[in-house]
Design a protein around this ligand. Structure first.
Ligand code: KIV
Ligand code: NA
Length: 264
């Protein structure tokens, strides 16, 4: 096949090659990032916030994420497309997780799914892997648990770091092909990365992870107050507001359209 596979991801770690992941929620950005050579695209449930305008990831309906995932698969040719299982679509039982994951695979064409949690979701991870569905895990600041954490704050400091390490090892043993580490101390992420044979994908987890992920609107400078771990690679907010204001001004003044934009 011409797509990146989970085998390629495993080989990258063996070779010590780092790789980038970005989110995508539509066909146009999927094509752009795919053509730029991004090997893995994540249809994150962050769509709840950056696409749908909710104030957490919890409310987004599974059908809405399935539609976005289908668009990302249609827009890309080479990337492995990973879909987030949303809050409430897998916690109940391995059977529920399998039903939800199968929808992403069958209805949207996703190549893998991601879910949040460690030892508490091992039965789900095992059921999905047994069914032939590659699973990306997610530890540390897992936003679907924001109400337990009492806000978006660093996780895994002190003794809870050893809990996170145990979760990571259990997830690898259960068959997860990779694990996202979000907002954890760099030193902990480094230790987890060397302890595991599957790749770690960091976001606010320091420089030693095998891969790095960012929400694309964050790295492009579209989000008003990005977290400390974000590096801004562009100022699309500035560029887009300049452009739409220029269009508005031209319409009001009559400077657009001219003959060159008109049919005769
Ligand atoms: O939903 C998301 O975008 C994510 C990444 C930030 C890892 O889970
Ligand atoms: Na997510």
């Amino acid at each position: 096949g011409k797509r990146v596979t989970v085998r390629d991801i495993a080989l990258a770690k063996e070779r010590g090659e780092r790789w980038p992941m970005v989110t995508a929620y539509d066909a146009m950005t999927a094509r752009l990032f795919d053509e730029a050579g991004i090997p893995v695209l994540l249809v994150g449930d962050s769509a709840a916030m950056v696409v749908y305008g909710y104030d957490s990831t919890l409310p987004v309906p599974i059908d809405d994420l399935i539609s976005l995932t289908a668009a990302v698969v249609r827009g890309s040719k080479r990337a492995l497309v990973v879909a987030d299982l949303p809050f409430g679509s897998y916690q109940e039982s391995p059977e529920q997780a399998l039903r939800s994951a199968a929808r992403f695979m069958k209805e949207a064409g996703a190549h893998a799914v991601k879910l949040e949690g460690g030892r508490r979701v091992l039965p789900q991870v095992e059921a999905l892997v047994s069914a032939g569905i590659p699973v990306m895990a997610h530890l540390g600041l897992t936003p679907q648990s924001v109400n337990v954490f009492g806000g978006y704050r660093v996780q895994g400091r002190g003794q809870s770091g050893e809990e996170l390490m145990a979760d990571a090892k259990a997830l690898e043993h259960a068959g997860a092909f990779s694990v996202v580490l979000e907002c954890v101390p760099a030193e902990l992420a480094q230790r987890v990365t060397s302890a595991l044979s599957i790749p770690t994908i960091g976001i606010g987890a320091g420089p030693d992870c095998d891969a790095q992920v960012l929400v694309w609107q964050d790295l492009m400078g579209l989000t008003p107050h990005p977290p400390k771990f974000v590096k801004k690679y562009a100022d699309l907010a500035g560029e887009m507001s300049r452009a739409v204001r220029a269009f508005a001004d031209d319409v009001v003044s009559g400077a657009f359209p001219t003959a060159e934009h008109s049919y005769r």
